[in-house]
Design a protein around this ligand. Structure first.
Ligand SMILES: Nc1ncnc2c1ncn2[C@@H]1O[C@H](COP(=O)(O)OP(=O)(O)O)[C@@H](O)[C@H]1O
Ligand SMILES: [Mg+2]
Length: 301
């Protein structure tokens, strides 16, 4: 099946450790639960899209090691097309350790070797895949030439371009349709704090001026604001029992993209996206646990 959504982003071994309290230097903590799963933000987004039932391909790089081959096998078992993923010779696969305490505070230890970042060459080699997608998600922890090349190919093919994070280059905003940023990323992007809805709307309007159709900004601790040319909608957090916010933004991006790819309107898509994010906060680690029903769950009144 031809992938409708292509994700360009990171793939990593993800080790999720739950502790009562993270240890200070010179102390230790017992680990209460340990999960080792397919992770990395790009892979988590692709897993989310696959869970929602939309054909998806991931463009990511693993090392030529046992972990790399395991990651590809896991992604394929998740229903992700990995035929364009790259196994980089002599490289070590990325590892992310997520230590989450009982108050939901996370600490990440990241070993992401430079040679497992996706290169411009990797993107150009997958040119047909990117050009033929309906939507392309660019997870912005990749080198600038990589994301610029992917955005240009996606544009050429008429795909919807969805950015997650801080664009390395303003020009990327003019090649994209949608940008999602957490509050910290939004502040880096606009130079303005995003601590409340009004500040979120202001930041969103600034971003739309670069040519985007939609900016989705996290108003930390409060909710998400969806700013489009037609206006804005703020969706406050509900009563999720938050264990770990890791990956919630990625689930939001995956769901929003699937909803639009299926032709849903902004309001329906936005509600589904925040429901997916909330559900991802309720367990440790960034791997989403979505079901296709979430796309239908909040048809608007
Ligand atoms: N109390 C909460 N209830 C529901 N969702 C929440 C809550 N706190 C945070 N979130 C969600 O978590 C997301 C975190 O996004 P982000 O920081 O981008 O995570 P990541 O980059 O790890 O995916 C927020 O946008 C929001 O949707
Ligand atoms: Mg994020």
């Amino acid at each position: 099946m031809r992938p409708e959504v292509v994700v360009v982003g990171q793939m990593a071994r993800d080790l999720v450790l739950r502790v009562e309290e993270a240890p200070a230097a010179g102390r230790s903590s017992a680990v209460r639960s340990r999960d080792e799963v397919l992770g990395g933000k790009g892979a988590n987004q692709a897993v989310g899209v696959a869970q929602l039932g939309t054909p998806v391909a991931l463009l990511a790089v693993v090392g030529d090691d046992r972990a790399g081959h395991d990651l590809l096998a896991h992604a394929a078992a998740d229903g992700i097309d990995v035929s364009h993923c790259v196994v980089r010779e002599h490289a070590r696969s990325a590892l992310i350790v997520d230590v989450v305490d009982d108050r939901g505070q996370w600490r990440y230890l990241e070993d992401i070797p430079e040679d497992v970042l996706t290169t411009e060459h990797d993107v150009l080699a997958a040119g047909d895949l990117v050009r033929h997608a309906s939507s392309v998600i660019l997870q912005l922890q990749q080198p600038a030439p990589t994301v610029m090349a992917a955005a240009r190919l996606a544009r050429e093919g008429g795909a919807r371009v969805v950015l997650d994070g801080v664009p390395p280059d303003r020009e990327l905003l003019s090649l994209a349709d949608i940008l999602r940023a957490d509050a910290n990323e939004a502040e880096i992007l606009t130079g303005q704090p995003v601590g409340n809805v009004a500040e979120g709307v202001k930041a969103g309007v600034m971003l739309l001026a670069h040519g985007l159709d939609l900016a989705v900004l996290d108003v930390a601790g409060h909710g998400n604001v969806f700013v489009s040319r037609a206006g804005y909608e703020f969706l406050p957090h509900g009563d999720a029992h938050v264990v770990d916010t890791t990956g919630a933004g990625d689930a939001l991006v995956a769901t929003l993209t699937c909803a639009f790819t299926r032709g849903q309107d902004l309001r329906t898509a936005a509600h589904a996206a925040v429901a997916a994010a909330a559900s991802t906060t309720e367990h440790a680690g960034g791997r989403p646990r979505l079901t296709p029903g979430i796309l239908e769950s909040r048809k608007q009144t």
